[in-house]
Each structure stands twice: as structure tokens, then as C-alpha cells.
Design a binder for this molecule. Structure first.
Ligand code: ZLV
Ligand code: CA
Ligand code: ZN
Length: 397
């Protein structure tokens, strides 16, 4: 009843509006929308565009975003510009803009940008509900920190929540999986009171040397959502807090064991996978030591569950490695193997050359490129897995 007859040969669609690329958060801001240009160029250079249905979705409308977000917030978001913004204004700060860290700057075309990436996620979700695709991909989405009335952590509109809300019109149970190095707090919070969405996030958790928590500071193993037994969402959240420097074999084992157990128990009708590439080794903001193929193993594992799959982007702050990873994962979806030497007719080949290691190739060794010592001992991870499996018992069967 989950639809897909053939174990291989899924119908894949790629949802992308190239106008997102032309938006800039500011030169010192780590979020670079042009990483999507690099991704698309790699996908095209490897010939993957011929293996999928390509769509250029229209921007979402304010009414479509209001299915999740407050209208007062959207109205502010749609009108604020770098010229008219009042940085000291109480509502500006209350909606999550400006402030000391300025994670969420107001830049030119901001409203257009949020409507473009949200429109793409909603279009991708639509392709799944009308069964035009088995796997729908939107690398421009995955902005998991946005709340209904608040911008947070580079995220202004929560395209994931909007896509899941659409999937819920046709599916009884949706599983959300988040492998971005940050906790998927916005999605967790949005569905904390329903048993129709299960949220599972793997992330770095804990304080640095100076006692500052890794953003956003939530998502310990004990955070299982509401604990009140009358709350239908009780037990439908699972958080996997990890420490610096986790390696390929540890992450793959953890992901396979825990995600497999969740799918077995919850039996989702559709899956949404946020594939943030900031969990790779060498990421500018991340702390893990994963290689591209270990990250891609998670996508392969989820694909093999054989449920309709919405695959979305997220974080990722070393643009050339973001592009490599999302190109590899696009290939995983269509079942293609890519040669390690980058195609020579790649327009942005320069971006992938002159690296210490990895110049001119798709699969550089990213392990320890930033030399985060591995603080995850085998025994700690084993305890984490048994705690996680224990937590699943709180879900009513
Ligand atoms: O990848 O780094 O740590 C989905 C996503 O999950 C913070 N924000 C806030 C709370 C106090 N700090 C600011 C610390 C700044 C450290 C330097 C930056 C440099 C320029 C601009 C922003 C940052 C930055 N901000 C690094 N980490 C943060 C986080 C937000 C992380 C969002 C991850 C988004 C797309
Ligand atoms: Ca995560
Ligand atoms: Zn992230």
C-alpha cells in the first residue's frame, strides 16, 4: 500500500527556481545561496537532469505561508527592507530580526527569497501527494529553525512545516528526519501536539569551552516533546545529541539502528528528510567529521524504506562541499554512480580546484579537515542508542 512496486527505479523530481541564487545575506554571513548554483551546475554536468523530472516552481503566496505562520509576522516580513528597517524597533527584534548576532539579516529581496524556497518545498510535496513522484527534491529548502511568528538561525519561513502540512492532507503519518548538524527545533515545536508527525533529529549538542551552547541549545535525548499524557504528541519526538568529531562508521551505525527502529514502530506513510550538509567534515559552522558518502548513506537508507520521500536541503557552509554532497545525493535518489573526476566541462570547475585535497574530484577526504577530535566514545554512543530505543516505548503503538 506504500505505492512503489519496483524496489529500484524510483520516479524522481527536482524542484528548483534559479532566482533564489541571486539573494545575498551579506558578505560576512555564512549562508551563501550561490551554493545552489554550484549544486545545480554539478547535477547538470553529470547529466543527472535527464534522469529526473525538472520543475521551476512559482513563489509561494502570503496566503499559502499563512497556513503555518502568523499573518502579523508575514505582513512584517513582506514589507521590511534594508531601507525601512528600524533596528531598535521592538517588533523588529520580537520577530527575530537584527539583534546582536544578526543571524537573520534583512536583505534586498528577502520576501522573494522566502517565497521561492517555500514554493519549491510545497510544489515538491504536491508532486508526492498526487503521486507524480516517488522522491521529490528541493535543495533550496530545509529552513528548520523558523517559528510561526519568529525568524531564527538563518530561517525566516519554515518550508518544512508547510510541506508536512500539505502531506498530512493525504497521509495519516509523516516521519520527519533531520541530519543537519543543528537541532530541528522549529519543526519539532510545530508538531509537538500531534501524533501524526514524528520528528527525529541528529545534531551536535552541548557547550563549548566558554560555556556557550551549540545553537539552538535544545534537543537533548531527554527532550521527547510534551510529557503530559493527555497530549497526543507525547513520545513522537526523538532527539539524538552528539559530540564533536563523530566519524563515518559511528554515524552510519547510529543512523541505521535508530532510524530503522523508528520506521518499524511508527510505520510512516511518507518521509521528509532534511539533509543539511553542515554535518560534513570541514564545514565552516559544523563540528562533525563525516565524508560525503557517509552523509549520502543516510539518504540511501531512507530511500530503501520505500515510502514517498521529500528530500530537502538545509545548512551547509563550505559551498563546494555542499554542492558535492547534494549532487551525490541526487545521484543516490536516481540510482546512478558518479565518477570521481569532476566533468571537465563544468562552468564553475574553478570553485572545485586548488583545494589541499579534493581539487578536481567529487569525493575528497573530508575526515578531520578541521581536526575536531572525536569526543564520541563507543560506550557513550551505545548508551545513547539504548536510551533512544527506550524512548520509543513512550509512543502508543
Ligand atoms: O544550518 O558565526 O549561535 C539551517 C541551519 O541549522 C548563534 N547563531 C547565535 C546565538 C548567539 N550566537 C551568535 C554567534 C555568532 C558566531 C559566528 C556566525 C558568523 C556570522 C553570522 C552568523 C554566525 C553564526 N550564527 C554561526 N552560528 C550561528 C547560530 C545560528 C546557526 C543557524 C544554523 C542554520 C539553515
Ligand atoms: Ca539535525
Ligand atoms: Zn545547520
Amino acid at each position: 500500500e506504500y505505492g512503489m512496486e519496483k524496489p529500484k527505479g524510483y520516479k524522481v523530481s527536482f524542484h528548483y527556481n534559479p532566482h533564489v541564487e541571486y539573494h545575498h545575506f551579506g558578505s560576512s554571513h555564512p549562508m551563501k545561496p550561490w551554493r545552489l548554483t554550484l549544486t545545480k551546475q554539478l547535477v547538470v554536468a553529470y547529466g543527472l537532469e535527464y534522469t529526473m523530472d525538472l520543475f521551476e516552481p512559482r513563489p509561494a503566496t502570503l496566503d499559502e505561508l499563512a497556513v503555518f505562520h502568523d499573518r502579523e509576522y508575514l505582513s512584517y516580513l513582506s514589507r521590511v527592507t534594508p531601507q525601512n528597517a528600524q533596528p531598535e524597533d521592538a517588533s523588529h527584534l520580537a520577530f527575530g530580526f537584527g539583534g546582536e548576532s544578526n543571524d537573520c539579516p534583512v536583505f534586498d529581496g528577502l520576501w522573494n527569497y522566502v517565497c521561492l524556497y517555500s514554493g519549491a518545498s510545497m510544489h515538491a510535496a504536491h508532486n508526492l501527494t498526487n503521486k507524480q513522484s516517488d522522491i521529490a527534491i528541493n535543495w533550496s529548502g530545509g529552513l528548520h529553525h523558523a517559528k510561526k511568528n519568529l525568524a531564527s538561525g538563518f530561517c525566516y519561513v519554515n518550508d518544512i512545516v508547510l510541506a508536512i502540512q500539505h502531506l498530512l492532507t493525504q497521509n495519516q503519518r509523516v516521519l520527519y528526519i533531520d541530519i543537519d548538524v543543528h537541532h530541528g527545533d522549529g519543526v519539532e515545536q510545530a508538531f509537538e501536539s500531534t501524533d501524526r508527525v514524528f520528528t527525529l533529529s541528529y545534531h551536535k549538542y552541548g557547550n563549548d569551552r566558554n560555556g556557550w551552547p551549540f545553537f539552538p541549545g535544545t534537543g537533548n535525548i531527554t527532550d521527547m516533546g510534551p510529557t503530559d499524557p493527555t497530549n497526543r504528541g507525547k513520545g513522537h519526538t526523538l532527539n539524538i545529541p552528539l559530540d564533536d568529531g563523530i566519524d563515518d562508521e559511528q554515524y552510519k551505525w547510529l543512523f541505521k539502528t535508530i532510524t530503522g527502529a523508528v520506521v518499524d514502530k511508527y510505520q510512516p506513510n511518507a518521509i521528509v528528510l532534511q539533509s543539511g550538509a553542515d554535518s560534513l567534515g570541514g564545514d565552516r559552522l559544523g563540528r562533525f567529521n563525516l565524508n560525503i558518502k557517509a552523509h549520502g548513506f543516510c539518504i540511501e537508507t531512507v530511500k530503501n524504506f520505500g515510502r514517498p520521500l521529500l528530500l530537502i536541503g538545509g545548512g551547509g557552509y563550505t559551498p563546494r562541499n555542499v554542492a558535492r554532497t547534494w549532487c551525490h545525493e541526487t545521484a543516490v535518489c536516481v540510482g546512478a554512480n558518479l565518477h570521481n573526476n569532476l566533468p571537465t566541462h563544468l562552468p564553475y570547475l574553478q570553485a572545485f580546484q586548488g583545494e589541499e585535497n579534493g581539487g578536481g574530484i567529487l569525493y575528497p577526504d573530508l575526515h578531520n579537515t578541521k581536526r575536531h577530535d572525536n569526543a564520541n566514545s563507543t560506550s557513550k554512543l551505545q548508551k545513547l542508542v539504548s536510551h533512544a530505543l527506550d524512548n520509543l516505548r513512550y509512543m502508543e503503538g
